[in-house]
Ligand binder design. Structure first.
Ligand SMILES: NC(=O)c1ccc[n+]([C@@H]2O[C@H](COP(=O)([O-])OP(=O)(O)OC[C@H]3O[C@@H](n4cnc5c(N)ncnc54)[C@H](OP(=O)(O)O)[C@@H]3O)[C@@H](O)[C@H]2O)c1
Length: 430
């Protein structure tokens, strides 16, 4: 197998990086896998568009069949995005016995398990390391480097846009809307930022990691998702004064065979490694039963970092073809999905509320929490900007989510509580 032929779907940010990497690192790649990689066709929307990379005149096409039905092509690299049409295109390619490398977390979070099964039936590989945290080899680490361990918890900053926004809000004391506009101007946020700021992008990535780590078929609907839109400058100031940094954290954890998975604003102690991850960078903290704590840090997106992950996957496929071991047996779930109930999810919470500034208020509030057996690690009481009102900020000890829900419900019926302004998870202290 002196030569392996590739069809590339997409020549945008990532696709251009892939072509550049295959050209500039051709010797190293050939030396490591023993085969030359040749691009045969590139699928794009607009074949007339000027491209930022050197390509041969007959490469570009706007017809998917030129790739998926092309008998000369061994491997399809999908870096064009999209879900429904892209899924059909890849299904067709797999039926035609083509191996797949993709960077598409949107597709993998929705159709990943179906595609993996189809690929296995057809003895094809489908690798997707670039779909989570761009240039950080986190999927590769879970499936290879940590393969012998039992993963207990994954905690990560897997969305660069929201981390950029929260870093600027914290370090420069800017409002959410101001930073979002700046991020859009710099290209760190999309013109429609919904999927990033509402946590959906991070949720998709966390399902991919949880599926691999816990070997269960965990879907997007299983993730409890809260985005960052409601985080205010006041929340950040209170968190800072108590020694915490607010980050959008994806958490997937397993205990006695039951999984909890969420993406939500989370307060981390300032000295926690994830609290130090700034701007558009990503980081994933993995706790394994045997290995203990490990952390993976790096660029979560960008042309060349993401291309690095894509081409490394491509090289693995070539090695697997050579060894005759394509088909990804180990990626198919091993266990029935079991999710934790609210009374089994234990964590600390930051609760901020506006209350009447009068004698007895504090007692009434603490009575509600005492009834639910909720105790506190830290409490602050401060005058509010509004006359006759005060703000109370509390950090609970570890309580169940059900205790929190019950306490919040009972607080609503209390005349001295004007508003529960915010309530966030606190993690990273154990
Ligand atoms: N950008 C990153 O840093 C990053 C990081 C990790 C993962 N990803 C994932 O990688 C994928 C690609 O992202 P990107 O940023 O490179 O996207 P992009 O810059 O928008 O490029 C998309 C490319 O695909 C082509 N294309 C899109 N839909 C097509 C269709 N239906 N038929 C034919 N061609 C089509 C476009 O053609 P034209 O050039 O003719 O318009 C373009 O070349 C996405 O799944 C994304 O989530 C991206």
């Amino acid at each position: 197998m002196d030569q392996v032929n590739v069809g590339l779907c997409g020549l945008g940010t990532v696709g251009t990086g892939v072509v550049k990497l295959l050209q500039s690192h051709a010797d190293e790649i050939k030396y490591k896998i023993g085969s030359e990689i040749r691009i045969k066709k590139i699928l794009v929307h607009d074949i007339e568009k000027k491209r930022d990379v050197v390509i041969e005149s007959d490469w570009l096409t706007n017809k998917p069949e030129d790739l998926v039905n092309n008998p000369d092509i061994d491997i399809i690299i999908e870096v064009m995005g999209g879900i429904e049409d892209t899924n059909l295109l890849l299904e067709q390619a797999i039926r035609n016995k083509k191996h797949i490398v993709t960077a598409n977390k949107d597709l993998m979070a929705v159709y990943g398990q179906k595609l993996l099964r189809l690929a296995k039936e057809n003895k094809c590989d489908i690798l997707y390391d670039a779909s989570v945290a761009g240039g950080i080899p986190i999927i590769r680490s879970l499936t290879e480097g940590l393969a012998s361990d039992k993963i207990q918890k994954i905690m990560g900053i897997v969305n660069g846009t929201t981390n950029y926004i929260l870093t600027k809000m914290t370090d420069h004391k800017l409002a959410y809307e101001t930073v979002l506009k700046e991020a859009q101007a710099l290209g760190f946020a999309e013109s429609d930022p919904t999927s990033d700021v509402d946590g959906l992008d991070a949720a998709r990535k966390m399902t991919l990691l949880a599926n691999l780590a816990f070997k269960m078929e965990i879907g997007l609907d299983d993730v409890e998702v809260t985005g960052i839109r409601t985080i205010s400058q006041e929340d950040i100031t209170f968190a800072t004064s108590l020694g915490y940094t607010i980050k959008l954290i994806g958490i997937a954890a397993i205990y006695e065979g039951k999984v909890e998975i969420s993406v939500e604003p989370t307060l981390l102690p300032n000295d926690h490694p994830l609290a130090q991850v700034k701007n558009e960078y990503n980081a994933v903290y993995v706790y394994g039963e045997a290995v203990g704590e490990t952390m993976f840090y790096g660029p979560g997106a960008g042309s060349m970092p993401t291309a690095t992950a894509v081409v490394s996957d491509l090289m693995d496929v070539v090695k697997n073809i050579r060894l005759g071991i394509t088909g990804n047996e180990y990626i198919i779930p091993q266990y029935e999905k079991q999710l934790k109930e609210n009374n089994e999810k234990y964590m600390q919470y930051f609760i901020r509320m506006e209350v009447d500034d009068q004698a007895g208020t504090f007692q009434k509030i603490t009575n509600i929490f005492t009834d639910e057996k909720v105790s506190f690690q830290k409490i602050l009481q401060l005058p509010s900007n509004t006359e006759k009102l005060a703000e109370i900020v509390m950090i609970t000890h570890k309580i169940s989510k059900q205790q929190l829900i019950n306490s919040r419900e009972n607080l609503k019926g209390l005349d001295v509580v004007n508003e529960i302004i915010s309530c966030y998870r606190v993690d990273g202290e154990d």
